[in-house]
Design a protein around this ligand. Structure first.
Ligand SMILES: Cc1ncc(COP(=O)(O)O)c(C=O)c1O
Length: 353
């Protein structure tokens, strides 16, 4: 029975990744041992870590000469404080586009001055504010895709200061000029792999600016010097992320997946726009191609719609409590077919008016 899982995260991964991952839990590289019981210092795992780090950089079109990839722990939430601990000396600039930006701002304030250059909070984060960065800052921080509110930055502001970006929910889903960023981070559990690892890609020049008084576990330079093996890494999450990145490469890379992602988003947003029973939350020009947020225009249809969703095996479509309504997360591994099934249900609902 095909389930259409629209979960915002942890989210779907390709079936072949699930099946290769379960094989490795039983036995890795004909060793007679499970991936989960070998030393992280063994050749088998060191090769996995090296390939995962190299492939992350390759997929982003970056070079190891300029950037260092790290697989760390603590989720994207740990990056909210690590970025500030390592780099906030005087003042940092932020764009407040939702729950995750707010959390990053809160943590940064512990370490220094924060200048919020724009916020869409007064309109429940339904758009991306237009800003310019005119002053000197230690860095500018933004969230590329707002998982909860369904908005996405399509034009990043021009900046002469280092740009840090939380790409947790749209990494590897579209081509952007990754060279414009100085630090990118993403919790694994969307387009990368299972929860547990966080990918950080940091410009090498920045590593030289880190003070020795940052504790080792929170210090990017230490993790870089130890090749992302300062302590025991989250071996399962790193391995499955590697399998998924191989799948991305074999699918034609990010640009091919972007075409598919744009098609899925277009199919769903067209229905939201023509169907009088639905209304999108995000302003059209800032809509996310990963997470579409929408509400019913007439709540009398709620029970009918939800029982139709259940009958069609559509799962995890509920919106986050701060927006309500529905959220369809259409990450890389989601087939166009699943989006078409959702749209059929929405249009069938309209026929009941
Ligand atoms: C954009 C974004 N940033 C940060 C987070 C928090 O990630 P974590 O749970 O890995 O700390 C999430 C989680 O959904 C997210 O979507």
């Amino acid at each position: 029975m095909k389930i259409h899982n629209f979960c915002a995260g942890p989210s779907i991964l390709p079936n072949e990744v699930f099946s290769q991952a379960s094989d490795a839990v039983k036995e890795i590289n004909n060793s007679g041992l499970s991936l989960l019981e070998i030393s992280h210092r063994s050749h088998d795992f060191v090769d996995i870590m090296d390939e995962a780090r190299d492939l992350s950089i390759e997929l982003l079109g970056l070079s190891r000469k300029d950037y260092t990839p790290l697989f760390l722990q603590g989720g994207a939430s740990m990056q909210f404080l690590m970025t500030a601990y390592n780099f906030l000396k005087n003042e940092a600039a932020f764009l407040n586009t939702g729950t995750w930006s707010k959390k990053a701002i809160k943590e940064a304030k512990i370490f220094g001055k924060v200048d919020v250059l724009g916020s869409s909070e007064d309109e429940n984060f339904n758009h991306i504010p237009k800003i310019s960065i005119d002053k000197e800052y230690d860095y500018f921080h933004c969230t590329s895709n707002n998982t909860i509110f369904g908005t996405q930055i399509h034009n990043f502001p021009k900046s002469n200061v280092p740009v840090f970006c939380d790409m947790s929910s749209d990494i590897f889903s579209r081509v952007i000029n990754f060279q414009d960023f100085d630090l990118i981070y993403a919790g694994a559990q969307k387009n990368l792999g299972p929860a547990g690892a966080t990918l950080v890609v940091i410009r090498n020049e920045l590593l030289e600016r880190i003070n020795d008084n940052v504790p080792s576990m929170l210090n990017y330079k230490v993790h870089s010097e130890k090749s992302s093996m300062f302590n025991t890494p989250p071996v399962f999450s790193v391995y499955v992320s590697l399998l998924n990145m191989r799948w991305i490469r074999n699918s034609g890379g990010i640009s091919k997946l972007e075409e598919k992602n744009r098609k899925k988003a277009e199919i769903l947003y067209s229905e939201i726009d023509i169907n009088p029973l639905f209304k999108g939350h995000a302003k059209a020009e800032d809509r996310s191609i990963m997470n579409a947020t929408f509400n019913l225009t007439d709540n009398n249809f709620k029970n009918t719609f939800e029982s139709m969703l259940e009958k069609a095996n559509i799962k995890a479509l509920s919106g986050h409590r701060s927006v309500g309504g529905y959220r369809a997360s259409m990450y890389n591994a989601m087939d166009i077919h699943s989006v078409k099934v959702l749209v059929e249900v929405m249009s069938e609902l309209e026929s009941k008016i």
